[in-house]
Design a protein around this ligand. Structure first.
Ligand code: COA
Length: 147
């Protein structure tokens, strides 16, 4: 389901639960969601709060997945797959032909999720992600052609 800026606070909380080094403030989430070039979708379980979200930035016929998170309590239940499936279908409807993303090396859940949809590795960027302990992790760049 498409998310509007009214979900900015829940998106900020979910993003925090993703464990990323840099958090997203609710105001930043609201601005992203309201941006016409950004596609934001949520997945709902039993609660009226989203159990997960995904956000992409679109430009011409390309899109980059900025973030995807499912709340820890709802993981490994197929929600990530349902969320990404609906999101990719929507991007295709919007005329997107190529989808790009970066995933931290060793993030097996995310890698497996992406590979399930046919994303393939197109490069590696050493030292891309700053880690809480001061070290830096490698990013795997992935690409999916929708058409
Ligand atoms: C990545 C994430 C969104 C997956 O959500 P999810 O709802 O748990 O995923 P699903 O239950 O739909 O499972 C999707 C696939 O990942 C696999 N998977 C999920 N968690 C896994 C884990 N901890 N270890 C290994 N594989 C895992 C599933 O087996 C499934 O594989 P399949 O499609 O080959 O059967 C979730 O783990 C998450 O929010 N992680 C933290 C944020 C993050 O790292 N986001 C990605 C940033 S690039």
């Amino acid at each position: 389901m498409r998310l509007d800026a009214g979900y900015a606070r829940q998106v900020a909380i979910l993003h925090h639960q993703g464990g990323f080094a840099r958090g997203w403030e609710p105001a930043e989430c609201a601005a992203l969601i309201a941006d016409a070039g950004v596609a934001a979708d949520g997945v709902f379980g039993r609660s009226s709060d989203p159990a997960g979200f995904v956000m992409s930035r679109k430009a011409a016929d390309e899109a980059e997945i900025l973030s995807i998170v499912v709340s820890p309590a709802s993981r490994r239940d197929g929600l990530g797959r349902a969320l990404l499936s609906a999101h990719l279908a929507r991007l295709a409807e919007d005329g997107v032909a190529h989808v790009f993303l970066e995933v931290e090396e060793g993030n097996l859940a995310a890698e497996r999720l992406y590979r399930h949809f046919g994303f393939r590795e197109v490069g590696r960027r050493k030292g891309y992600y700053p880690k809480a302990d001061g070290s830096r992790a490698t990013a795997i760049a992935m690409r999916l052609d929708l058409t």
